[in-house]
Design a protein around this ligand. Structure first.
Ligand code: M6R
Length: 599
């Protein structure tokens, strides 16, 4: 139980609608406890009961898909005669059909979940064949959809079985103990030696052995990787929230991302395989991602088109796969993902691959599914990111994407020497400049105290500032639950400006001197309708904006393509402090999960 509960605590950021554990022992059979709510509710429940005993167990925290978050729908799910218990991540798409079949056989269901069918079908097959592994293979053959499964059987208390398809799952090899987990953070206290399960694989673990089989039940030799980051990287280390810690870690994360790839003013990506021949025939680039990673893509579009003079499409991963995308063997598809496990992005990657595209991913989690399925991968090296709202992963993704654009442009001879030198010089000092921005938290704290009770907030900006506004707005609504939208400032007059009324808060992003006059006009327009304006600008824009805006936040001057890397920090801090004032659960906002492994 301590191993399970500690592991769940470290994984809770991935889902927190309910929590549950099951252990199995020869004497007691299967023992299960689960309940709605956070892990602490489960801990309270367990404290009030006689201890569960056993050394084989599974645990789960849930992000609800099928069936509301309640005690019964929590995992683990148990078969009707209590011989099998399972935990499941993913969605069983044909669960209704399986359920119908089992109901006809007289099986009684308890929950509204898709997952319960796995437990019930397993017991049904086990009753028929008498061997739990045979039963697992029979069940997997009938399942459609995505799953990472942990399975216990009362008749085999020494055994834990795992299976994977389209949902993350790894094995941990210990000394006299072995593990499964959806993320290494859960088991790093016990072992650093892990192997990533592939789709179709089934693992059979005991304390002393870990055998893996493929979909045809042939033994598989797994490659063992050693996790090289320290357990403290996934701990709060004295900070009140992971989000704040991760905001403050951004300069260091950027150093890790940039410095090994920037030598004597030259960008080098030693890890890239991207061939000259492909680069020369590349005629289109797609940037594909979800959420904040998509916002990185929005910024990347401007920068990559500027450097490469090639059409760059930025596409939401969930839309991409259904949009009949124009991908061929001369298309570069850049998939951006912190977790490397986002199912929408994974599905888009496979769609692009099937159409012949060259897949380059920008990923934070080493060894994740997206990284493994890509032709090339650039890691962001931001370290574990725990808060649901991404911060340091966003910043490092942005730096990698900008560097990638410049690097490709250089290889293709499409970037002016002066521009290349100017951007690389500023990249080298970006972490220090960001440190300066982060040293001024007071201004954001003060603004949060003024505006935390607003119902609506609008972000406006043009070009890179518009794309940056999308991220500022998402951060705010995600953790503070304030309704917020980001608009291309030039679009206001085409409809949105009707929403502005006396006292409306508008965050005006004006970091781009080429468009400063336009930004000023848009600020004047919203002020004329009574808006209160918080402007974000650079040192060069300070004087003009201070005369005009209600409040002004200032970032150091840097090369225009890198400004969003500095500008995002005050927006993250503003969202953080507003959420703090509102008493929100900052690291685990309602209805969300860190890693979105369902479609
Ligand atoms: O792990 P990914 O980068 O693929 O995740 C994509 C989005 O789910 C993620 O950025 C999400 O929008 C964050 N909660 C934003 O803070």
């Amino acid at each position: 139980m301590p191993v399970l509960l500690d592991g769940l605590e470290r994984l809770e950021y991935r889902g927190y609608d309910s929590a549950g554990v099951a252990v199995v022992s020869a004497g007691e059979g299967l023992q299960i406890q689960k309940c709605k709510g956070r892990l602490r509710s489960l801990r309270d429940k367990l404290d009030s009961l006689p201890p569960l005993t056993g050394t084989t167990g599974i645990g789960h925290t849930r992000w609800a898909t099928h069936g509301e978050p309640n005690d019964v729908n929590s995992h683990p799910h148990v078969s009707q005669n209590g011989r099998v218990a399972i935990v499941h991540n993913g969605i069983i798409e044909n669960y209704a059909e399986i359920k119908q079949f089992l109901l006809q056989q007289g099986v009684r269901f308890r929950s509204d979940t898709d997952s319960e069918v796995v437990a019930q079908l397993l017991e049904y097959c086990f009753d028929g064949c008498g061997d739990i592994l045979d039963a697992v293979y029979a069940v997997l053959e009938r399942l459609e959809g995505a799953y990472a499964l942990g399975i216990l059987c009362a008749d085999r208390p020494d055994v834990l079985i795992a299976a994977r398809k389209d949902a993350p799952l790894l094995l941990g090899y210990g000394d006299g103990e072995n593990f499964i987990a959806s993320d290494a953070t859960a088991i790093i206290r016990h072992t650093r030696r892990v192997a990533y399960m592939e789709d179709g694989e089934v693992a059979v673990l005991t304390a002393d052995s870990a055998a893996v089989f493929d979909a045809y039940r042939r033994p598989v030799e797994k490659q063992i990787h050693t996790i090289d980051w320290d357990v403290s990287a996934a701990e709060k280390g004295g900070y009140a929230h992971f989000m704040f810690k991760e905001i403050m870690e951004q300069p260091e994360a950027l150093r890790h991302t940039i410095s090994p790839r920037l030598k004597d003013g030259q960008i080098t990506f030693g890890e890239l395989r991207l061939a000259d021949d492909f680069l020369r025939r590349m005629h289109r680039i797609y940037l594909v991602a979800c959420g904040s990673s998509y916002h990185v893509g929005m910024l990347g579009k401007y920068n990559l088109e500027r450097f490469l003079r090639l059409p760059v499409e930025v596409c939401l991963a969930s839309e991409f796969r259904y949009s009949d995308p124009l991908v061929d063997e001369n298309t570069l598809v850049v998939v951006i993902s912190q977790s490397g496990e986002t199912l929408d992005s994974m599905a888009a990657l496979r769609e692009a691959k099937a159409r012949g595209g060259y897949i380059l991913s920008i990923v934070n989690v080493v060894g994740s599914s997206i990284a493994r399925e890509s032709d090339d991968v650039l890691y962001t090296w931001a370290g574990p990111e725990i808060a649901v709202a991404t911060t340091k992963a966003y910043s490092t993704q942005l730096a990698v994407l900008t560097m990638l654009g410049l690097y490709m442009a250089r290889r293709l001879g499409r970037v002016e020497e002066a521009e290349y030198a100017a951007v690389t010089a500023e990249l080298a000092v970006l972490p220090e400049k960001l440190e300066k921005v982060l040293a001024c938290t007071d201004a954001c704290q003060y603004l949060a105290s003024l505006y935390f009770n607003r119902e609506h907030v609008f972000f406006i900006g043009r070009n890179l500032d518009y794309a940056l506004g999308l991220e500022g707005s998402l951060k705010l609504k995600e953790i503070s639950y304030i309704h917020s939208e980001s608009y291309a400032a030039g679009e206001l007059k085409h409809g949105t400006i009707s929403l502005i009324e006396p006292g409306t808060l508008v965050v005006a992003l004006a970091t781009y001197e080429k468009l400063l006059d336009k930004a000023v006009s848009n600020i004047v327009e919203v002020k004329a309708r009574g808006a209160e304006v918080v402007a974000l600008t650079t040192e060069s824009g300070r004087e003009r904006l201070e005369q005009l805006a209600t409040h002004t936040l200032v970032i150091p001057d840097t090369h225009p393509v890198l400004r969003p890397n500095l500008g995002v920090a005050p927006l993250q801090l503003l969202a953080y402090y507003i959420a703090l004032h509102r008493g929100c659960d900052i690291d685990k906002p309602r209805n969300l999960a860190k890693s979105v492994t369902v479609e």
